[in-house]
Design a protein around this ligand. Structure first.
Ligand SMILES: [Zn+2]
Length: 363
């Protein structure tokens, strides 16, 4: 016995050394694979573990998911932001204790799925929120709170822009009466009044920010980078690019002038907020094929527009594509809460061979 043990002891340093080499090798590989990638957003704060050591469950198709869990539900959330632009979007469902993503087939970017065109999702646009109104589209904090109460009392569910994009790309259902709240131009009132109200009501929202006026007062206050970072770190908040200088009409700019407005504004937001900026909002809504093309090429996944004529406003599913999502002015809210609908439910009974109801045993 003695010699055998000695033999084994002799090899311990070699075995331990090999294990260490493998671990360092894996870590180095992971560091290399992370260099230059800027796709993580809110997920980056959740864990400092290298990707290789994270549990990576393989996604299930609707059929497989239904076989295993029987129900999908309506309130689908993104599993991660990485898959939002891919052919198969990964989502979390409301099914309790499910730790695998559901994989949904998506139409090619920037198209909208035909099934999503049957839903009615209003995207509502607010500008400044301040105690004393100066223009007709200013809203006071009290009015905004009344709007939030109206949304609640009508059983309407505010969703995130990620959720809307999943829906528009895959045709997957949204909550029965969905709405997307958006706030343009990065006003100080967004931090002071809107952000606390979103937290109080647990409502997600989009803030579209142009970078030139950060932290300065132009007769109206604008959010500081510090305030915007606090907002961006809250999972309820999505920050969208809104150009650098807010030109009144991007379609009138040369290609050279467009680059800082569309590309550099994205980089500035990403550097300051430490997250990917996936969405753009056209200043005053103006866009054309050339502007939309550059927005897509810059790496934005979708863009919010607006119509000058109220008669042209419509639900998100009526948009031409993801790079020109239609919106309504906030004064139309009362009418919209009664019309919102989240599309057809993804029913497991259509995706499994199991009978939808069990025969009742005779007694
Ligand atoms: Zn604007």
């Amino acid at each position: 016995m003695q010699p055998k043990n000695n033999n084994f002891i002799k090899y311990i340093p070699i075995i331990a050394g090999s294990i260490l080499l493998i671990v360092f090798g894996l870590l180095a590989l992971n560091i290399n694979s992370n260099t230059g990638s800027n796709t993580d957003s809110k997920t980056k704060n959740q864990s400092a573990l290298p990707d290789l050591f994270k549990k990576k469950p393989s996604p299930l198709s609707v059929e497989k998911f239904c076989e295993k869990y029987q129900t999908i539900g309506r309130n689908l959330q993104p599993w991660n932001q990485e898959s939002l632009s891919e052919e198969e979007v990964l989502v979390k469902t409301q099914t309790p204790e499910v730790d695998v993503p559901l994989s949904l087939n998506a139409v090619a970017l920037p198209n909208i799925n035909d099934e999503a065109r049957k839903a009615k999702v209003p995207v509502v646009m607010y500008h400044d929120i301040l105690p004393k109104k100066e223009v007709f589209f200013d809203v006071t904090p009290e009015e905004l709170e009344a709007d939030f109460e109206l949304i609640k009392s009508k059983g309407v569910t505010p969703i995130s822009l990620d959720q809307l994009v999943i829906h528009l790309r895959t045709g997957s259902p949204l909550p029965e009466k969905p709405i997307l709240l958006t706030f343009d131009d990065g006003y100080g009132g967004h931090y002071e009044y809107v952000f606390p109200l979103l937290q109080k009501f647990n409502y997600p929202a989009v803030f579209s920010v142009y970078t030139k006026n950060m932290g300065i007062n132009t007769g109206r206050s604008h959010v500081t980078w510090e305030q915007l970072k606090i907002m961006a770190d809250d999972p309820l908040v999505t920050i969208a690019g809104h150009s650098k200088t807010h030109p009144p009409d991007l379609t009138k700019l040369s290609d050279e002038e467009l680059v800082p407005e569309i590309v550099e504004s994205k980089e500035l937001l990403e550097e300051n907020l430490g997250e990917s900026i996936l969405y753009f909002t056209y200043p005053t809504g103006k866009n054309d094929a050339r502007v939309r093309k550059l927005v897509g090429e810059a790496g934005y996944l979708a863009a919010l527009a607006m119509d000058v004529n109220v008669a042209d406003e419509d639900f998100a599913g009526e948009s031409e594509n993801l790079l020109a999502i239609k919106r309504f002015g906030q004064s139309r809210l009362e009418r919209l809460v009664n019309r919102a609908s989240g599309g057809k439910e993804l029913s497991c009974s259509e995706h499994t061979s199991q009978p939808t109801s069990q025969p009742i045993p005779e007694s």
